[in-house]
Write a new protein. Structure first.
Length: 545
């Protein structure tokens, strides 16, 4: 017996033409890869104020063969941010704070960087604050260890510079949303978890939902998360309590209640919710698509409000289509789960309203396209380093007949060929396309809106490696790294992270897969230190001892 919930049978032309069972079968086919011996996901679809579909796929626990259901509880990672944003929007509506307020008005422990960081900067990711996920990793944290709010706040207090002047750039920062949670706690006199419980979860009947404030707490009906490993799976342990940015646990059914409430509030033009769709503006007047814990854009011509989440082996996506009063949430405990499956579900409900994909879009961008066989010589021509941004590089390798991608401080994932130059990355829910110049040479990788240039090979003279050898210390992170030469290669070592080779990418510039980009500084021709960048952290100073 299928565990489905259909409370709305006929509300759109789609339902008038197709029976609920037909729609259910189509949704089942989208998630057919998640079986009784794999981790999987849970989904809820809301339409016109009703839950029209909810179901679980695969297993919540591989240890005990417990299946996922629509009531199974998942860590939804960064999808949590809309709830911290809702809290801030509520406090604004109550007149208790303003978007233009200096955050040090509420959190004086945040360093004075000489430039004002406002609530607006935190909400829209334009603060310049370093992202704790990468900063603490550089400091020595391992992914499966405890990351607490106290750890994050200590990191913020020790930050000795910003990645950029506040308001000048957009750079996603989990840290900013942790500070928003601290502001809510300061103004309300409650813990952030208590505020959300009293103001969101209890009123909406979200009985299985909570922000985790203690990593030791037992969570009923939880789905454990997993990474694929050869022909089996391994556990992806998580002990994170990063309130505001992540660490919210909920079920598909519970989240569906929030989506119904949220969509109705938008239709009723309630200020708190309308404000949540207000996107940010940089100092130069440029608009960015990030709003209040949500990204506002379009999907094939239809207004689309969304957010995704990723932590340990958990993957999540919440998609709202306000004009159609439609919401879809998918929560997964499978690390390579493709979040674009939520788009496939949306197409079942929006088929008659979607416009064809732009002809300017890169070919092979859909995971629904057939996988093809690409000549190994051609695939090998795509291997190498591509620079997505400062300290954010991706290394493409050819292994066992397939291309693999590994971005700075991330795991390695497989690319599925959709044509000769475009590959789908299930773990990213997006495509990578390799671009050639007029001479037929690969010079760039396209990923989402990013045009990542290929790193031109730079051959450093091994004789110069002795210049770099020594210990380097960061007072900001209390971290020590040792750089040394072995044979004709340069290595860097951290006591907790072990040894990693540094590959030369420029004069005095090196890259390590698990480290990021290192630029050595010189004083009177002698190496005096280095700056370390890794995606969402820029140029953290290390001094040679």
């Amino acid at each position: 017996m299928k565990k489905l919930i259909f409370l709305l049978l006929i509300s759109t032309n789609l339902f008038a033409r197709q029976s609920p069972d037909e729609i259910a079968n189509r949704i089942d086919s989208i998630f057919k890869a998640y079986q009784s011996n794999t981790p999987g996901c849970a989904i809820a679809v809301v339409k016109e104020g009703k839950m029209v579909f909810s179901k679980g796929y695969g297993l919540a626990s591989l240890d005990y063969d417990i299946p996922n259901t629509a009531n199974t509880v998942f860590d939804i990672a960064s999808v949590s941010k809309q709830f911290a944003a809702y809290a801030i929007s509520t406090l604004i509506e109550q007149g208790k704070l303003s978007l233009k307020d200096d955050i040090r008005k509420y959190l004086p422990e945040v360093p004075d960087f000489g430039k004002t960081i406002t609530i607006d900067h935190l909400v829209h990711h334009t603060s310049g604050l370093r992202d704790w996920t990468e900063a603490l990793a550089v400091a020595g944290w391992r992914g499966e260890e405890v990351y607490s709010m106290a750890d994050i706040m200590r990191m913020v207090k020790r930050q000795n510079g910003l990645d950029f002047p506040p308001g000048s750039k957009y750079q996603y920062s989990n840290t900013g949303y942790n500070l928003l949670a601290q502001v809510v706690a300061k103004l309300s006199g409650k813990t952030f978890g208590s505020w959300t419980q009293d103001n969101i979860y209890t009123p909406l009947g979200m009985s299985s939902t909570q922000f985790l404030e203690n990593h030791r707490k037992i969570i009923k009906n939880i789905a454990y998360s997993y990474y694929p490993a050869n022909a089996t799976y391994v556990k992806a342990n998580s002990q994170l309590t990063a309130l505001g940015s992540s660490s919210m646990f909920t079920s598909a059914n519970d989240f569906g209640k929030w989506m119904i409430h949220f969509l109705q509030a938008l239709r009723d033009n309630k200020p708190i919710y309308k404000r949540m769709l207000e996107t940010g503006t940089l100092d130069n007047g440029e608009r960015i698509p990030y709003a209040f814990g949500l990204v506002v854009g379009e999907y094939k011509g239809v207004k689309h409000v969304s957010h995704t989440g990723s932590w340990a082996g958990y993957r999540s996506v919440s998609n709202y289509y306000p004009d159609q009063n439609l919401g879809i949430v998918v929560l997964a405990n499978h690390a390579t789960f493709s979040r674009s499956s939520a788009d496939e579900v949306a197409e079942l409900f929006l088929k008659d309203q979607l416009k064809p994909q732009s002809t300017s879009a890169a070919p092979g961008v859909s995971n629904t396209d057939s996988t093809v066989v690409v000549d190994s010589t051609r695939m090998k021509s795509y291997t190498g380093l591509y620079k997505l941004g400062p300290g954010w590089l991706v290394n493409i390798t050819f292994e066992n007949g397939v291309l693999m991608t590994r971005a700075t401080d991330e795991d390695k994932y497989q690319l599925d060929a959709k044509n000769d130059s475009s590959f789908w990355v299930p773990a990213y829910g997006a495509a990578m396309t390799f671009n050639k110049d007029s001479r037929g040479k690969v010079y760039q990788l396209s990923y989402k809106a990013i045009k990542a240039p290929r790193v031109v090979p730079f051959v450093a003279n091994p004789k110069t490696f002795s210049d770099y050898e020594g210990e380097y210390y960061s007072s900001e992170l209390s971290a020590v790294y040792r750089v040394y030469r072995k044979a004709d290669k340069l290595f860097i070592e951290h006591m907790r992270h072990g040894e990693h080779e540094l590959k030369s990418i420029g004069n005095d510039e090196f890259f390590g897969n698990a480290i990021g980009e290192i630029r050595f500084d010189r004083a009177s021709k002698k190496v005096s230190g280095f700056g370390l960048s890794a995606g969402r952290i820029k140029d953290i100073p290390f001094v040679k001892r």
